[in-house]
Structure formats: C-alpha cells, structure tokens
Design a protein around this ligand. Structure first.
Ligand code: AMP
Ligand code: MG
Length: 490
C-alpha cells in the first residue's frame, strides 16, 4: 500500500539519542501490556504540533502505543536512571513507573521526549507497582495544560488511557497511563547520579549531551560546564518567578523533580493558591513546609547548589578552585530571580516603566492581601478591570490608600491608561485551575462523565481571554473546615 503524503508527515518519527549515552544511564525495558486499554483523553493540538495525526492516534493502534501494549516503530523503550535529594535526603531513584519510548523529532526539527507514566515496573521500582491511577493522571493533564496556557514552561500531556486494571492505593482505583511530552527528562538528579557513579567519563558524557541538546550556544565557551550551570540557573530563575507570579505551588521540589531544560516537571502534589498566604503548603507529607510557596525560590537555589556540586569535577580540575568558581556563580541566583519576579509584578500592575519604589509598591499590596485574606488571582483581576466587589480587602482604608499611590504611579508613565490595562489583561489570568473545580472535574470523570473536565480545559486554554464563559471559574470555593490536601506517589 502506498502511503499518502499526510500519513508520511504525521506519524511517529523517533530518534533515541539518550540511549546512546553510557549504559549506566538507563535500563532497556520491555513494555508491560495492560488488559483493556481505552483512550480517555487525547491532546489533539499537541499531537498535531508534534507532527502526529490525531485521527490515527484515536485508532486502536494509537491507543495500544499510549498504553504500552505496542512499541511503535523506531522507539527503544527504557527506564532512566537518576538520583535525587528528597526532602533534603539523598536517594537513588530512577524511573520506577515510567518508560521513555524515544524522542519524537517534529517536522520542524524539534526534539521531544515521549514518556509513558504508569507503564509498569522497572528495575528502579523498589517496592512500587509501577502503575498510576486515573484521577492523578487526569489531574496532571489538566494542570500541565493549564500551565502551558499560562505561558509557564512545562512538560505537556499528550494522552491518557485507562488500563482496564485496578491499582491498589488506600482503596482500589482504576489504572491509567499518561503520555508525557518533555523537552527532555534530564534532571538535576540525573547529574547527581552521574557524579555518584564515580566515573568522570559518565559525567562528561551527560554534560556534553545536555549542552548539545539544550544549550548549544555555550558549546564553544571557554568553560562550557560553568556556562551550563549559568544557563540552567537563568532558566530556573525565570521559571520559579513565573510560578510565584501565578500562585503555583509545585509541592515536591526534590532535585529529581527539577528539569535541566527549565520546564516544570512532575505534577504530583502541586496546586494553585487561592487566598494569598506565603506559608501555603498543600502536600500532605510536607509537614515542615519545606516546599511552601514562600520557600520555592530558596529551594530552587538549594537545588542548583546540588547541581553545581555534581558539576564540580568538570568546572575545574582543582577542587578548591571549582568550588570557588561555582559559588561565585551561584551567588547571582537570587538577583536573577528577583529581576524576573519584579518584571512580572510590574506587568501585573500595569507598569510600563521602572521606578525604584515599584518593588515596595508590589510588596505592600501582597502584605495587604495576606492580612485581609484576599484571593491572589482575583485581586489582580479586580485591579485589571478596576472593578471591586465586596471583598474585605477592597473595603479597607489601607487598600484605598495603596490604590491612590498605585494610580499616581501609573500616572507618572507616558503610556496611555489603555496600554497599561492591556498589559494587565495579558499578565493577570481570568482563570486558574482552582482546586475545587479540578476535583469536581475529576469526580465527574471518575463516573464516566468527561464533559466537566472538557469545559474546564476549554476555560483554561486561554486564561488571558477574560471571556464571559470564564467568569464562573473565578468563583471561590465554599469555606471548608478541612484544608485542601494533595498527595505524592499517586
Ligand atoms: P515522584 O514522587 O513522582 O517524584 O517519584 C519519586 C520516585 O518514586 C521516582 O523514582 C518514581 O519513579 C518512584 N515511584 C513513584 N510511584 C511509583 C510506583 N507506583 N511504582 C514504582 N515507583 C514509583
Ligand atoms: Mg519525580
């Protein structure tokens, strides 16, 4: 049969560059088929952008790939090895429930990891079953796609299949496999693993591979490994600033969950904050608040120090000199972060110019929000449209005074009020994936009704549209006696 042009241009086109790293970095792995896979969600837009044909992916053969029942031509399934600091403690890890099929090379030459999550046991599974439940995989789908639409670098979700099998957690739950798409799955923990093998050849191979794949512009630098550290720091500074500006709490910023590409990765216990409170923690196991909202920039810096440690032998052959050089570099992180955060805050406040007092102006608003328990997203939404409801904050004298100062500050820029408002519209989302709406969508999906999730995804797909249909998603949850809790290892 001759293939028509459309078919040729819209199919899996795998390369397997990661598999060409030294063997220590992975374990080749047979796929672990599941009983009766069914496609429950396909990201058609993403599929098309990867050069795949959504119509074909919806056929049985497409589902078989997403379930791990069939290996598509050109794929070379493997589980990646890595280590990581989990809540500060160093551990050997690796893909315990994931398989990298390979790298899809798109028609425009971009390369993306295609990974099955929940695909069964691997040599790194330890005591785990290697599987995932439907609810958490759909949750990752919703939140990662929302992040993408909020213009926050992130891994994406291509498909979710239910497996027809159950997984045993606190109760018995329907099983699922998520297909994750990532710039790569190289983590700070991958470098820690490489350094831990004690063989500098491994570390160098990984660093060279990473530079080629993500930072080719530093390849010819005098010290490309120091440049690698710097570039990763830059991307993390920008990423974590975006999290803070959106009110996103990752929840488990272990070093194995920090991607070298600068994408948000590993949607376990993450959630968006409603009421502004810097101490917010959602994760049930984060009892010390290590990964609380306010700690995220600090933790990013801590993780980058672990990255630098792993790189030391490459940075300089004299260890003392290597430490000194790395420390100098790392000391720049907080300024990098602050710069991105302040630029983002200026945009959220409609400030097109820079004044020295801008940071204080933003911080005063935040402290008023904290004091009066205001909703983070809705406060900026109200400022954007200059429409203030009966929220306690807006009725206070302190807010009125702040508002006058803000208006005066905006008046000192030459740009029109419309330009300022336009900047605010495109910087302050109308809708975020609020926890109660995500739960509502997952409850319905669990009962076989996907319409609630589809509507939510539609609203989240263009968060800066401020359309009438999005208005309902600004509504806050009913006050609850129990705080919202999220879970790891689901
Ligand atoms: P995470 O909390 O998702 O970052 O996972 C931490 C480590 O636990 C990784 O090595 C995962 O592959 C592994 N893991 C999580 N869930 C399972 C599971 N159900 N079976 C086997 N390994 C798992
Ligand atoms: Mg992880």
């Amino acid at each position: 049969m001759t293939q028509d042009k459309e078919t040729i241009n819209t199919s899996w086109n795998f390369d397997n560059s990661y598999a060409r790293l030294p063997e220590a970095f992975f374990s080749r792995q047979e796929v672990n088929p599941v009983r009766s896979p069914e496609l429950v969600k396909l990201n058609e837009t993403l599929a098309a952008s990867l050069g795949l044909n959504p119509k074909q992916l919806k056929e049985e053969s497409g589902t078989a790939v997403f379930a791990g029942n069939e290996v598509p031509s050109g794929a070379l399934p493997l589980a990646q090895a890595y280590a990581g600091h989990q809540f500060g403690h160093f551990t050997m890890l690796g893909d315990g429930r994931a398989l990298l099929l390979g790298e899809q090379v798109t028609p425009d030459g971009k390369r993306y990891d295609i990974q099955l999550k929940g695909s069964g046991r691997t040599p790194y599974s330890r005591g785990g079953d290697g599987r995932a439940a439907l609810g958490p995989m759909l949750r990752e789908y919703i939140i990662s796609e929302a992040m993408h639409a909020l213009r926050i670098p992130t891994t994406r979700s291509l498909a979710v299949v239910s497996t027809g099998e159950t997984v045993s957690r606190e109760t018995s739950l329907p099983g699922a496999v998520l297909t994750r798409v990532a710039a790569s799955h190289l983590r700070v923990g991958t470098f820690q693993y490489a350094a831990g093998t004690g063989d500098e050849k491994n570390l160098r191979a990984l660093a060279d591979y990473t530079i080629k794949r993500h930072y080719p512009e530093v390849e010819a630098d005098k010290n490309p490994y120091l440049s690698l550290l710097r570039e990763v720091m830059k991307r993390q500074a920008e990423l974590v600033a975006k999290w803070q500006l959106a009110g996103f709490i990752h929840g488990v910023m272990n070093t194995d969950n920090m991607a070298i590409s600068g994408e948000t990765i590993d949607y376990g216990p993450c959630a968006f904050m409603d009421t502004y409170n810097p101490e917010t923690v959602f994760s049930s196991i984060d009892v010390q608040g290590r990964y609380a909202y306010e700690n995220q920039p600090l933790i990013a810096g801590w993780n980058l120090a672990r990255f630098a440690e792993a790189l030391l032998p490459l940075i300089h052959k004299d260890q003392e000199q290597a430490v000194k050089t790395a420390q100098e570099e790392l000391s720049g992180f907080s300024n990098l972060y602050e710069g991105h955060w302040l630029a983002g805050m200026r945009a959220k406040l409609g400030l097109l110019t820079e004044e020295p007092e801008d940071k204080a102006l933003a911080e005063e608003l935040l402290s008023l929000m904290e004091k009066h328990r205001a909703d983070y997203t809705n406060t900026f939404r109200a400022l954007t449209f200059d429409q203030y409801d009966d929220t306690i904050l807006f009725g206070t004298k302190e807010f009125t005074e702040w508002h006058e100062r803000w208006e005066a500050r905006r008046g000192r820029q030459e740009e029109t009020k419309e330009a300022s408002r336009e900047l605010m519209r495109s910087s302050n989302p109308a809708v975020i994936p609020r926890n109660h709406r995500v739960e509502e969508a997952l409850d319905a999906a669990g009962k076989g009704d996907f319409t609630v999730m589809d509507r939510l995804l539609e609203a989240l797909s263009d968060p800066f549209a401020h359309s009438p249909e999005q208005a309902e998603y600004a509504a806050l949850p009913e006050p609850s006696l129990r705080p919202y809790r999220t879970f790891c290892g689901t």
